[in-house]
Write a protein that binds this ligand. Structure first.
Ligand code: NDP
Ligand code: HEM
Length: 481
């Protein structure tokens, strides 16, 4: 079989893959060598900006299968018993840049894109069920404190503790982060969580609040701080691990579970069920197993399918809605906005982001459009164009009212910033996990830039979680408790 010609991007046979056109063998190059010019110009544009957070990651494709009947809770097509839905997943760290180490202490992103029969459904979660803050207006400040300083472009632990200690609602998430779950062994060995509370509604219009838990079938395994540090010399360890497991046919899987709260319970529940710094204790709302997802295919082009993947919490489908969680509300705006900037306004036309169903949108043209819009290009019309599916969404409604304010959430009777972090310390962590947690905090807060005053604030913060934890941190930092 003969080898085909290489071409330029317009399909012309390439005159040479390695020789530019010059005046004589030693002469200057010619502006007319448009093959060379296209090659260099394209190279200059090879990168899109990295994600402003979660820049370093990796991903794969797979499938979710629903094994239980939850039609009494949601009519969403992807959650009907027996349904198999193709999916894309992307794992990531949060604060590091594109080349940073996979084993850094950080939450891990756990982004799922389900290609459903009603368009794409994205669950853009983490490997923790909670988050550092509960109001989206704090998000950019939080992230600035975790990334690099303005003056010397260095990460700064003093800045990180400054933010955390001034925002005590962070204590639960920082507790997770400072256990060895802050340094998972691989992406395969960690759970995933939708984290937010979402709305589910069934075909009869009954509504429920739901939280998603994806439990690793590989078992939770973590690195100690020393092991994670040692592996930073191999920055792509987790990316490689996932790739190799799938190449070898050792397909990782997660059991899909949900916690379901009857709609009416939310008002008087003992904690605010929409507060992203809190879990719903299992004794109140047990986990219900509904299915499993498995990863079975590596990307064939990382840039096209992972770097340009656009996950967005606003990708919801009939049967699933948002909730009054203020963080979720903020995210519904933020992701499509960043994708229009990071990738370009027609990012939804890229194969990885395209739904697997036919789109019949009246959005039209714009840069790099290649999909054919057929007439009519406006709605309403009398030309037989598609019409909206109002009836699929009519049960998404619920009553809200109130004065226009800038206010913290109203407190439910057991709401505070520390109780659930304390429950983790008191009831969940083993003795050795507690010892490691203290060691991890002390190691982090012992960075040379952390001031003496800040160390006292760090001790106070952990004492509020539990006196024993505060005492252990005080001893490790050499601070009088
Ligand atoms: P439960 O005893 O019913 O659940 C404890 C949960 O903690 C389990 O999901 C367990 O699942 C998880 N867990 C075990 N070891 C660790 C660890 N080292 N770090 C983080 N999570 C761990 O108690 P409650 O539901 O009342 O929750 C008590 C506390 O447990 C919460 O305040 C919260 O900090 C934590 N937690 C609760 C979750 C929830 O959704 N209710 C989810 C995760 C944590 P597994 O071992 O499979 O991870
Ligand atoms: C990525 C904003 C909270 C999980 C991103 C990106 C932005 C962003 C702008 C980059 C997206 C891209 O370029 O493709 C925000 C804002 C938040 C918030 C404004 C709060 C108001 C959260 C929370 C979670 C989360 C609470 C998890 C529960 C992720 C993940 C990614 C991401 C997993 C990576 C997505 C991917 O894999 O491509 N976030 N975020 N974020 N965020 Fe958030």
């Amino acid at each position: 079989m003969s080898v085909p010609y290489s071409t330029d991007d317009a399909g012309h046979p390439a005159p040479s893959d390695g020789l530019s056109q010059s005046v004589g063998p030693n002469g200057p190059l010619l502006l007319q060598d448009h093959f060379l010019i296209q090659k260099m110009a394209h190279f200059n544009r090879e990168r899109v900006p990295e994600r402003v957070v979660h820049a370093k990651g990796g991903g794969a494709f797979g499938e979710m299968e629903i094994t239980e009947d939850v039609s009494r809770y949601t009519k969403a097509d992807l959650f009907q018993k027996g349904k198999k839905t193709p999916l894309l997943i992307r794992f990531s760290t949060v604060a590091g840049e594109l080349g940073s180490a996979d084993t850094a202490r950080d939450p891990r992103g756990f982004s799922l894109k389900f290609y459903t029969e009603h368009g794409n459904y994205d669950l853009v979660g983490n490997n923790t069920p909670i988050f550092f803050i509960r109001d989206p207006s704090k998000f950019s400040d939080f992230i600035h404190s975790q990334k690099r300083r303005a003056d010397n472009q260095l990460r700064d632990h003093n800045m990180q503790w400054d933010f955390w200690t001034l925002n005590p609602e962070s204590a639960h998430q920082v507790s997770f982060l400072m256990t060895d779950r802050g340094t998972p062994k691989t992406w395969r060995h960690m759970h995933g969580f939708g984290s937010h509370t979402f709305l589910w509604y069934n075909a009869d219009g009954q509504k429920f609040w739901v939280k998603y838990h994806f439990k690793t079938d590989q078992g939770v395994e973590n690195l100690t701080a020393d092991e994670a540090k040692a592996m930073e010399g191999d920055p792509d360890a987790h990316r490689r691990d996932l790739w190799q497991a799938i190449e070898q046919g050792d397909y990782p899987s997660w059991t899909v579970k949900v916690q379901v709260m009857p709609f009416e319970d939310a008002t008087n529940y003992r904690i605010n069920p929409f507060d992203l710094t809190k879990v719903w204790p299992h004794e109140d709302y047990p986990e219900i197993t509904i299915g499993k997802f498995t990863l079975n295919r590596n990307p064939s082009n990382y840039f096209a399918e992972i770097e340009q993947a656009a996950f967005e919490p606003s990708n919801l489908v009939p049967g699933i809605g948002g909730s009054p969680d203020k963080m979720l509300q903020g995210r519904l705006f933020s992701y499509p906005d960043t994708h229009r900037y990071r990738i370009g306004p027609n990012y939804l036309q890229l194969p990885v982001n395209q739904p697997k169903v036919q789109t019949r949108s009246y959005n039209f043209d714009g840069p790099m459009t290649y999909a054919n819009n057929a007439d009519p290009v406006y709605a309403p019309n009398t030309a037989g164009g598609a019409v909206s599916a109002n009836e699929l969404y009519e049960d998404e409604h619920y009553h809200v009212s109130g004065d226009m304010v800038r206010s913290a959430y109203e407190l439910h009777k057991e709401d505070d910033d520390f109780s659930q972090a304390r429950a983790l310390w008191e009831n969940v962590l083993s003795e050795s996990e507690r010892t490691n947690m203290i060691g991890n905090i002390v190691g982090h807060a012992s960075a040379p830039e952390v001031t003496g005053d800040m160390k006292k604030r760090v001790v106070e913060y952990w004492t509020n979680v539990h006196p024993d934890l505060g005492a252990g941190v005080a001893e490790g930092l050499g601070v009088q408790a």
